[in-house]
Design a protein around this ligand. Sequence first.
Ligand code: G16
Length: 565
Amino acid sequence: MHGTRSLALQTKQGSLAKVITTAPILTVPTTPFTDQKPGTSGLRKKVRVFQQAGYAESFIQSVFDAVPGHEGATLVIGGDGRYLNREVIQVAIRMAAANGFAKVLVGQGGILSTPAASHAIRKYGAIGGLVLSASHNPGGPNEDFGIKYNVSNGGPAPEPVTEAIHARTLEIAQYRTIDAPDIDLDRLGSTQVGAMAVEVIDPVADYAELMESLFDFPAIRALLASGFTLSFDAMSAVTGPYAHEIFETRLGAPVGTVVNGTPLPDFGHHHPDPNLVHARDLYERMMGPGAPDFGAASDGDGDRNLIIGRGQYVTPSDSLAVLAANAHLAPAYAGGLKGIARSMPTSGAADRVAAALGIPLYETPTGWKFFGNLLDAGMATICGEESAGTGSDHVREKDGIWAVLLWLNVLAARRLSVAAVMADHWAQYGRNYYARHDYEGIATPAGDALMAHLRESLSALPGTQTAAGTVEAADDFAYTDPTDGSVSARQGIRVLFAGGSRVVFRLSGTGTEGATLRVYIEACEPAGGNLTQPAAEALAPLVAAAEQLARIAHFTGMDAPTVIT
Ligand code: G16
């Protein structure tokens, strides 16, 4: 079926002229795909799944159908540069034109980091954005791709929206597109696609300006000029252009500070996951002789961060706590924080900071989307997750470069090493020893069976004797959003021991094959206790308790995790 769009335009003279576009709208029949339920962060699948005829189109149409008011609105589109990024962007632009959007803003080269996309949505008053990324998952023809929809506050679509999108994917019968050529994604400026304007924007400029408005750039510049050395690993992913501009150009760090700084469609065959396994090179450098003062990395789409001082790894949970405790040293947060939010599996280190500051602490399910309402309501200023995400109310996503800059701002103000900052923090607040054990690539039924076993044994767990002591309490975490009363149940099994130590079990919502079991292990040591143990030693009794209670080897057939972070 073909149609023709018309648009009434205001001419320079002020009279109304009717412009009839010639590009025909095509209505293409499709049948529902039954596997398009968004996970923890959008729809993530193997590239070959997205390459099925009509697959990406059906999901994008379902998004548009689930967003009321998109006719005449602005849409932001960008991605992390991975394989399929440019192709899906062209598809999305044509579909946006056919669905009546007035304008699309797209990052040059198809590039927009997740936090930069969030900022663009907010700055330009867009109704939302399509962020094309599978985050830290690998890229390439045999690897992963993803589409995430962000809403008008710049944040990931909250559950009611993702549920509406999913419901639509199950009933969709057609999608709309337009017969128009690809646009030149590499040339800045405006093009017309049908009746819709497409503007290719600089993906870095607005974001860099935002960062400069939040932090004390002169102080960080002075720190770097004083001989303080920094190494930032962009992991051949999206943060390369941002890091070159901000660290090297605006802050004056020497060229070479940013490594792997060119986004590649397959991330140079690596997993762009800033953890101790996939950012091993950086870790080795930071632990070796002649290490820089500060090392950091970010992930595929630029929202995660890894922080390592010379000889001192900082867990994401500790990083959240330290940043919250010291945020007042940065201009944007000098007036104090309204509250701190963390995901449930993230350690309780931030809770102690919130208590000391006399501000509320919110514990949410895993997924950045749960922070959006708290930030919008002005209830929280800083949020963080154990999965290497930290951010604030400057956007509605976690933000890797923001976290690095806040750390640098803190170090510039305190003139201490990372190790000294950590030692000082633990001495004041105590230490939450922490690790996450991932069992990747297990069969989905095996993962489900393990969780079912834990759920069935919940009521019997309190009182159970383990190597880590007696289980005090156990539950299946449920969250009631304090802003709208919405309830999210079955968010992970918590097993609690005396003094706040705990083990948490849940299945990942971001994998693309089989299931990944995540076991989060946390041992609390109060101030004045033994604060300098190797983490693996401090956690060993809880690791044994986790095996005893969940029978991990029995259900997964694995006697060790595939990744420990
Ligand atoms: C996403 C979410 C995060 C979540 C992480 C891990 O991050 O935005 O909130 O913590 O996945 O989720 P899961 O444990 O379900 O795999 P990203 O960086 O992948 O977008």
